[in-house]
Design a protein around this ligand. Structure first.
Ligand code: NAD
Ligand code: TYD
Length: 338
């Protein structure tokens, strides 16, 4: 099988490519990535000489490039996106361009190339926000209610993927997953930002009261879930993917990281809250478990510790990432304290 992975130089994409080449060594993967600030080919150093792996630099918004790279492809795993909520609040336009327009351009190219499967990777953030008091979880029937430019643009892409299935018969599947964590995550997201700040002797910025809840999914569990959907999922269906956490809030995550790194609460800095900050996300992954036999296997405490260790052991990787343009973004994003 020949797979096209878009956004393969990003966090989940790189982990997915490494996972797939190990689990399916007979397959070929083309990684199609624009290499934005979030794309980093160093993430793929371990596979760059693998004969089954090819990198093509390009933009999913460019129809000519998308059509060209789609030739001979059986399966598309579409991960390319602008992925950070805070950046979408600073500037929404690149989110609409890549996530909405880019997805539509890619869908056209996939249709022309007659691909056997177009798998779209999306987020639980399209479902909006749950209350802290409730026990409700998102599932495949939950109505869409996106509340940030990021989640609105991802919702738009999900709708387009379904529209291409219903209107043109494109064989699609969609997954909506929770917050991923693990190696190679860009240190703008909460967990790697906290760990790397602490190593650098900087404080950890906590938005608002810190009592915001996400569901946390170890990235390898996510890769296995996509594999399950590609091999056993039903065309036209959506599957929700979640991890093994039950309502862990941001402050408790920071406290766990502080304890793992031998630091104390004085390293926490409460900063201005994110506008429109979604209070709580939780995922019911019963459908993918019952129908495809997938469940998360990595428990949070063990794999958070391993993730902390990974960042401690890979300072060169994230120090390069944190220098340059990222430093300017950081200065702009974190100017206001609470
Ligand atoms: P990331 O920001 O780490 O990587 C995104 C990749 O896409 C980068 O390599 C970037 O260069 C590439 N890219 C961006 N614009 C492009 C374009 N126009 N053309 C080609 N390539 C382009 O993102 P991630 O965290 O790995 O997320 C991957 C996907 O998973 C995204 O679609 C995201 O919405 C979704 N998702 C992520 C999470 C999470 O916790 N990280 C959770 C749910 C869903
Ligand atoms: P993030 O990693 O940006 O993922 P998302 O917004 O997609 O869920 O943020 C996770 C949670 O951590 C979210 O509630 C916002 C919060 N947060 C902070 O408190 N401080 C930070 O510096 C960042 C980046 C996030």
């Amino acid at each position: 099988m020949r797979l096209l992975v878009t956004g393969g130089a990003g966090f989940i994409g790189a982990n997915f490519i490494m996972y797939w080449l190990t689990a399916h060594p007979e397959d070929e993967i083309v990684n199609f990535d624009k290499l934005t600030y979030a794309g980093n080919l160093e993430n793929l150093a371990s596979v760059e000489k693998n004969p089954g792996y090819t990198f093509v630099r390009g933009d999913i918004c460019n129809a000519e490039q998308a059509t060209h790279v789609m030739k001979g492809i059986d399966t598309v795993v579409h991960l390319a996106a602008e992925s950070h909520v805070d950046r979408s609040i600073l500037e929404a336009a690149p989110f609409v361009m890549t996530n909405v327009v880019g997805t539509q351009v890619l869908l056209d190219a996939a249709l022309k190339a007659n691909v056997k499967r177009f798998h779209h990777v999306s987020t639980d953030e399209v479902f909006g926000s749950l209350t802290l008091q409730g026990t409700e979880k998102f599932n495949e029937q939950t109505l869409y209610d996106p509340r940030s430019p990021y989640s609105a643009s991802k919702a738009g892409s999900d709708h387009l993927v379904r529209a291409y299935h219903h209107t043109f018969g494109l064989p699609v599947t969609i997954t909506n997953c929770s917050n991923n964590y693990g190696p190679f995550q860009f240190p703008e997201k909460l967990i790697p930002l906290a760990i790397t700040n602490l190593i650098e002797g900087k404080k950890v910025p906590v938005y608002g009261d810190g009592l915001y809840v996400r569901d946390w999914l170890y990235v390898d569990d996510h890769c296995r879930a996509i594999d399950a959907v590609l091999s056993r999922g039903k065309v036209g269906e959506t599957y929700c993917i979640g991890g093994l956490t039950e309502d862990v809030n941001n402050l408790s995550i920071i406290r766990k990281i502080l304890a793992l790194m031998g630091k104390n609460e004085s390293e926490i800095e409460y900063v201005k809250d994110r506008p429109g900050h979604d209070r709580r996300y939780a995922i019911d992954w019963a459908k993918i478990y019952n129908e495809l036999g997938w469940k998360p296997e990595h428990d949070f405490d063990t794999w958070l510790e391993k993730t902390v260790r990974w960042y401690m052991d890979h300072e060169e990787w994230w120090k390069r990432v944190k220098s340059g343009a990222y430093a300017q973004y950081y200065a702009k994003q974190y100017t206001h304290t609470a």
